[in-house]
Design a protein around this ligand. Structure first.
Ligand SMILES: Cc1cc2nc3c(=O)[nH]c(=O)nc-3n(C[C@H](O)[C@H](O)[C@H](O)COP(=O)(O)OP(=O)(O)OC[C@H]3O[C@@H](n4cnc5c(N)ncnc54)[C@H](O)[C@@H]3O)c2cc1C
Length: 669
């Protein structure tokens, strides 16, 4: 199928560039690029990537102390198997068995592809790719190419996609997912995009991409949170999919943890194992206090909790009772949100409780922490000395961003980091909308708990699964022509354009886009992050609906350069409304604290004696772990439904049978 670049389409008197491809991939993170690479290798010619920026997104712009990729064990003598790995993923709760099995089965294949492309995953002199234990997993399935694993993945895949001549439409922001609005034809037909380099020209600022298949790889809905460790370069577009009728799944499940604020970075691993001093200060920077001490009955408990935070990074309500490591997240939040103070990590001095006679006294640690530091040769005087010894790159990283950990305290907050939920997909990463495949973080394939590193693996596997399905079932399907697109999705197209064009023409006071966005972020961080309550969510939901109605009801912008922010705002408004609805519905069903959030329950337990009532909560009893919540959005209303998880498929690996099935192409759905 040839791309008919250069053509135009006219909608309500506004011209737009018109492109046709069998498959378009929206988003150029590690997940989207891998999907494009896989399809081209499979022989798909009519293919393009549409992205708001090849250098944007989480994969390209984030990392952590040791950014982890999760895969089948490929080293050592410990036994591992696809089924064991699938079970570890499935046991996270609220996980579908078919996606868990595919993630396990394809993990080695996807990992080797990345290694072949040059992602520097370490192996020994015999070629064993060494691994380590990651959270929520018993074996050594984690591996890492260092703090920037996802960046290397994105860079190598981008080179590959470019090298294979796949068209990349850069600086194109999808603002509408085109879905048939004629009854009986609700399949995905392409996207309407804003050309970010031509916003000032009414007849050149839009581009329509007609497609037989849409792979949506737009990442997590990072822009929804004010307190966030997602890179500022990622906003997310899940709202776009909700508006088109895609269903959400496990939207209640996200991860939160301690991160630096000025330069957004996860403070896991050695940033905690080096035992920094946690201090709180008044807003003006004065009145310094070590605030953890009084909530831990002894020094060993407190210091070991800091140490453990290194590999128990995401907030976990099961670890909130003293001396659990997640009590620290609660105490940090309490200082910042309840007491209006600021919190910092100080690497230049030891926590007072570690010192005796003015020196670090490591006998005050529990054996686990003391042995680790001793084995690492890091029984050194100050946190900065220990950090420098164990991980000098950790210090360099901050200095490259203008923060000298030797001299400066690091401001922190408990921040949103990852969405385990997202759009609902089946075992082939197909959404409920025909021909729409959400892959990467936008796909909610994870459950309540997930092994560290499984996000990057699931993103790669999703692209392969969607690609395999497309190559088998719709590689020769023609994308809609101009005429058929107008006939099938004309109303949607013109409404989407009118939303922006009318905002430009309308009289009145222009919308304060930054303030609107801040309202969404503040609401989500206050009510739908790691501390939640039924009352708070109810109130937030009403506010969210009012804001959404106002934005959709007709607002004014003064400059075409604001079109991008306006469309993003609308999608964020829809998205946060849907997420808040999901959280409210979960609590109304009796769901308690689980995953990475706490749900207030006056009949529950207070994590530590002096903490305010808002932290009293009850751990979930697991009654919903076998269930998945899905939420649909239409006409400004949400509807939730619950279903049982799809079980792990039975083991049918009898070679001769599968050989026949494979040869007949029957294994591709
Ligand atoms: C601090 C931090 C640490 C992490 N550590 C780990 C870890 O150790 N292990 C792990 O497995 N995971 C980790 N994650 C999660 C993981 O990095 C992400 O889930 C993953 O990189 C997401 O990849 P993606 O390709 O789905 O999305 P992204 O990389 O976010 O890419 C999304 C793409 O879509 C584009 N886009 C968005 N909207 C539009 C639109 N409307 N039109 C056009 N283009 C659009 C964006 O510009 C971008 O190109 C971490 C995340 C963070 C924030």
């Amino acid at each position: 199928m040839a791309d008919e670049n250069g053509e135009c389409i006219e909608i309500n008197g506004v011209r737009a560039a018109f492109h046709r491809f069998n498959t378009i991939v929206v988003g150029s993170g590690a997940a989207g690029l891998n999907a494009a690479d896989f399809l081209r290798r499979g022989g798909m010619e009519s293919l393009c990537v549409v992205t708001e920026g090849v250098k944007l997104g989480t994969s390209r712009n984030t990392g952590s102390d040791k950014q982890t990729y999760y895969k089948l064990t490929l080293c050592g003598a410990e036994g591992d198997s696809v089924r064991q790995m699938a079970k570890a993923v499935f046991d996270g709760g609220a996980v579908d068995g078919d996606t868990a099995l595919a993630e396990a089965a394809l993990s080695a294949r996807c990992f080797f592809r990345l290694a072949e492309l040059g992602v520097p995953f370490p192996h020994n002199s015999y070629g064993e790719y060494v691994g380590y234990k990651t959270d929520h997993d018993p074996l050594r399935r984690g591996t890492s190419a260092g703090p920037l694993t996802s960046r290397y993945m994105q860079e190598r895949l981008l080179e590959e996609v470019r090298g294979r001549g796949i068209a990349i439409f850069d600086r194109m922001q999808a603002v509408e997912l085109l879905v048939g609005d004629v009854s009986g034809d609700g399949r995905a037909l392409g996207v309407l995009a804003l050309d970010l380099d031509r916003l000032g020209d009414r007849d050149r600022r839009y581009a329509v991409f007609a497609a037989a298949n849409v792979i949506l790889a737009t990442g997590g809905e990072a822009g929804m949170y004010e307190t966030s460790v997602y890179p500022p370069a990622q906003t997310g577009s899940t709202g776009l999919a909700f508006r088109a009728g895609a269903r959400g799944k496990n939207l209640t499940e996200s991860q939160f943890g301690v991160a630096s604020v000025k330069f957004r970075w996860n403070l896991s691993g050695t940033y905690q194992q080096s035992l920094p001093r946690y201090v709180s200060r008044a807003p003006d920077g004065g009145d310094e206090r070590e605030f953890l001490d009084r909530h831990f009955s002894d020094a060993a408990g407190m210091l070991t909790a800091i140490f453990l935070k290194g590999y128990q990074w995401p907030f976990d309500p099961r670890r909130t009772e003293s001396p659990g490591s997640s009590l620290i997240d609660i105490l940090v939040y309490n200082e910042i949100v309840c007491r209006g103070r600021r919190v910092f990590l100080d690497y230049s001095r030891n926590p007072s409780r570690l010192e005796s006679g003015g020196k670090a006294d490591f006998s005050r640690l529990e054996p686990e922490a003391a042995e680790y530091l001793a084995n690492s040769g890091a029984l050194l005087a100050r946190p900065i000395d220990r950090l420098e010894h164990m991980n000098p790159a950790a210090i360099d990283l901050f200095s490259r961003h203008g923060i000298d950990l030797r001299r400066e305290e690091l401001e922190i907050a408990v921040s949103a980091q990852h969405n385990n939920g997202g759009l609902a997909g089946d075992g082939w990463w197909r959404s409920n909308i025909a021909n729409l495949y959400p892959v990467g973080e936008v796909n909610g394939s994870h459950g309540v708990y997930r092994p560290g590193g499984s996000a990057l693996n699931a993103g790669q596997v999703g692209g392969v699964r969607a690609g395999q399905y497309i190559l088998r079932h719709s590689r020769d399907e023609s994308p809609p022509t101009r005429e058929s697109l107008l006939a099938l999705a004309g109303k949607r197209l013109s409404a989407a354009m009118a939303f922006g064009e009318e905002a430009l023409e309308r009289d009145g006071r222009p919308l304060d886009l930054a303030a609107e966005r801040k309202a969404i972020g503040g609401r989500m961080s206050r009510h739908a992050a790691h501390i939640r309550s039924a009352e708070g969510v109810r109130e937030a939901l009403a506010e969210a609906k009012a804001q959404l109605d106002r934005i959709e009801g007709g607002v004014k912008i003064s400059d075409p350069n604001q079109l991008r922010a306006l469309h993003q705002l609308r999608d964020l408004a829809v998205c946060h409304y849907v997420y808040l609805f999901a959280v409210g519905d979960y609590i109304a069903r009796g769901g308690g604290s689980r995953g990475s959030y706490l749900v207030r329950d006056p009949a529950g337990r207070r994590p530590a004696p002096d903490l305010p009532d808002m932290f009293i909560h009850r751990l979930d009893d697991g009654r919903l772990a076998g269930m998945i919540q899905e939420v649909a959005y239409a006409d400004g209303r949400c509807e939730a439904s619950w279903r049982r998880v799809r079980p792990l498929p039975p083991d049918d690996a009898w070679f001769e049978t599968i050989w026949r099935e494979h040869a007949a192409g029957r294994v591709f759905g």
